[in-house]
Design a protein around this ligand. Structure first.
Ligand code: ATP
Length: 241
């Protein structure tokens, strides 16, 4: 069915103790698309990603993947269902080598030849990782760790990748480079992407569609072109007026 989103989030509510971090969030992510969640610090972007990837159980609402209800499932089960979460701050294993980190990303798989092939694919997209494959991940630069975190996510062969704030702490040049590769992964590998960004400009240059999250609520959504042209977005998120 063409009209069914790959990921559908409906009226999602999530709490940290008494703190309500998501106040009824609904989003649709269609297969093959790149969708960006924009919003200021503390808007709830990371919470939304954690709730979709199973790290945080929602209080209310539903999450469906290809029509199947998945809310409340364990992160492990969701990786098997095709969701890879690349967390904010990358969280690579610093004392494992680059290659061992990639192998960890394939922990749900037993197909050795396929794993090897996907590792080559990751090295094709990120040649620096091939060069550094025997180095502990903790010795990589921030940008290289971000590449490794994305590569590790790819190793589970996801249909949906959740990418939390990939630009965090990186130089503008490196951000451009990483987003260009993200776009290629979407086009060439068919990975659907939901990404969270404070950097609205770079996110909307890459995304097909965007949502704006403010204090736990979606306050605006539209095509990337529409959002880039919107006065509110320009004023509050692009630093223009
Ligand atoms: P950032 O870009 O800073 O990560 P964000 O948009 O991702 O911001 P969240 O991290 O999802 O925002 O936080 C949403 C709200 O929930 C904020 O008010 C935050 O203070 C609160 N919050 C986040 N994590 C916790 C926690 N572990 N315990 C209590 N409150 C939390």
């Amino acid at each position: 069915n063409d009209a069914q989103p790959l990921l559908q989030v409906k009226n999602l509510e999530a709490f940290y103790g008494p703190v309500m971090a998501l106040r009824g969030v609904s989003i649709d992510v269609f297969e093959g698309k790149v969708v960006a969640i924009l919003g200021a610090n503390g808007a709830g972007k990371t919470t939304l990603m954690k709730t979709i990837s199973g790290a945080l159980a929602p209080r209310k609402g539903s999450i469906t993947l290809a029509g199947e209800a998945i809310q409340g499932r364990e992160p492990d089960a969701l990786v098997r269902q095709g969701i890879a979460h690349v967390p904010e701050g990358r969280e690579v294993f610093p004392f494992l080598t680059v290659e061992e980190n990639l192998a960890m990303g394939a922990y749900i798989r037993r197909d050795k030849a396929g794993i090897r092939q996907d590792m080559e694919m990751v090295y094709d997209y990120f040649p620096i990782l091939l060069e550094r494959r025997n180095q502990p991940a903790g010795t990589l630069s921030g940008g290289q760790q971000q590449m490794l975190a994305i590569g590790r996510g790819l190793m589970s062969r996801p249909s949906l990748m959740l990418l939390d704030e990939p630009s965090l702490g990186l130089s503008p040049l490196l951000v451009q480079e990483i987003f260009a590769i993200v776009r290629r992964l979407n086009k060439e590998q068919g990975v659907t992407l939901l990404l969270v960004e404070q950097n609205a400009q770079v996110a909307l240059n890459t995304a097909d569609h965007g949502y704006v999250l403010e204090t736990g609520r979606i306050v605006m959504d539209g095509s990337a072109e529409e959002l880039l042209a919107s006065d509110d977005i320009r004023e509050f998120y692009l630093g223009q007026s």
